[in-house]
Design a protein around this ligand. Structure first.
Ligand code: PEP
Ligand code: MN
Length: 338
């Protein structure tokens, strides 16, 4: 059961609900978001009389959500959630394209990438300063120095930045450098301690799907973030591991309409890590938009053959621009725009 509080709820009103739940031997999880506070009742809900909770000051509505994920469930929140990132809405009519290199390499690479991203029509820029690599001997990312380079490259173009956080010890650096969107990567989708930490702040989070995660597991991970009070969550489908070897991961297009049914959160797609090959990115991008994705996360490098990481899947600045122009046609057909 979740108790949705009025938008201008006071601490006393929240405490009133908590006390009422306690008197029934129930625990309360307080999820204090920017726009709304949601209290989750933990324990035997059968003892609760909806009407008596509903009558408490500050309570907007009381809803029994059947799904294991509550705050992120469409069940109680019919409307799509639109997340505002420095004036750029994700989850509304406009489809947002996030472009940029796999990793932050040098200042000149990032400067050229930012120019290419902006020229192509992307509204946000991606790039990893901390890289989760399969081999410990592969390039691990530039770290905090990379965050600085990213900031310096993106700011002249007013591009909010999306970058991966792997270790909670660097969260303060992310905040200090004003990272607008924190990416939680595939390998950390079920790193619950990390999810809890990003749940304590209000910075928007892109939560990528785990390599073998079911949709329910993925939504439960989103619920970890939401339960802490961060309701600004964007889900990113990036392909799952399959038996097929002809491409990197199998893009689960079906996940898009299913997620749209299950959750009110925005859903974006990463065609680059799914295909693993630049030649596959256009087809996967088109399919994702046609299936209802709210955005795309696409890897682009000023000179793909020189990329330090994921060179095969990076588009050139020109091919990214050409692709976005094509995608506009698909968006229009389904009543959206880019
Ligand atoms: C990335 O986006 O740079 C990345 C490492 O992706 P994923 O977590 O989907 O593998
Ligand atoms: Mn990559």
């Amino acid at each position: 059961m979740i108790i949705i509080m009025h938008s201008h709820v006071t601490d006393e009103e929240i405490q009133g609900v908590v006390n009422q739940l306690k008197s029934l031997d129930l625990e309360a999880n307080i999820s204090r978001g920017i726009e709304r506070t949601i209290i989750g009742a933990i324990g035997d809900e059968r003892k609760v009389h909806k009407k008596s909770l509903q009558a408490l000051p500050g309570v907007d509505s009381v809803i029994r959500v059947v799904k294991p994920y509550k705050i992120v469930a469409r069940e109680w929140h019919e409307a799509d959630t639109v997340i505002d990132i420095k004036g750029i809405p994700i989850g509304g009519k406009t489809i947002q394209i996030i472009g940029g290199p796999c990793s932050v390499e040098t200042q000149s690479q990032m400067d050229l990438a930012a120019e290419g991203v902006a020229n192509a029509g992307c509204t946000l820029m991606r790039g990893g300063a901390f890289k989760p690599r399969t081999s410990p001997y592969s390039f691990q990312g530039k770290g905090v120095e990379g965050l600085k380079m990213f900031r310096q490259a993106a700011d002249p173009h007013n591009l909010p930045i999306v970058t991966e956080l792997m270790d909670v010890r660097f969260l303060d650096d992310f905040l200090k450098h004003g990272v607008e969107v924190i990416q939680i990567g595939t390998r950390n989708m079920q790193n619950f301690d990390l999810l809890k930490e990003v749940g304590k702040i209000h910075t928007p989070v892109v939560l990528k799907r785990g390599i073998c995660a079911t949709l329910s597991e993925w939504l439960m991970s989103a619920e970890y973030i939401a339960a802490g009070g961060n309701h600004n969550i964007i889900l990113c489908e990036r392909g799952v591991r399959s038996f097929e070897k002809a491409y990197r991961n199998m893009l689960d297009i079906t996940a898009i309409p299913v997620l749209k049914k299950e959750t009110h959160l925005p859903v974006i797609v990463d065609p680059s890590h799914a295909g693993g090959d630049a030649t596959l990115v256009p087809a996967l991008s088109k399919a994702a938009i046609a299936a209802g994705a709210d955005g795309l996360l696409i890897e682009m490098h000023p000179t793909p053959c020189d990329a330090w990481c994921d060179a095969d899947q990076a588009l050139t600045p020109d091919s990214l621009k050409g692709l976005i122009d094509e995608l506009r046609g698909i968006a229009q057909v389904i009543g959206r725009d880019i």
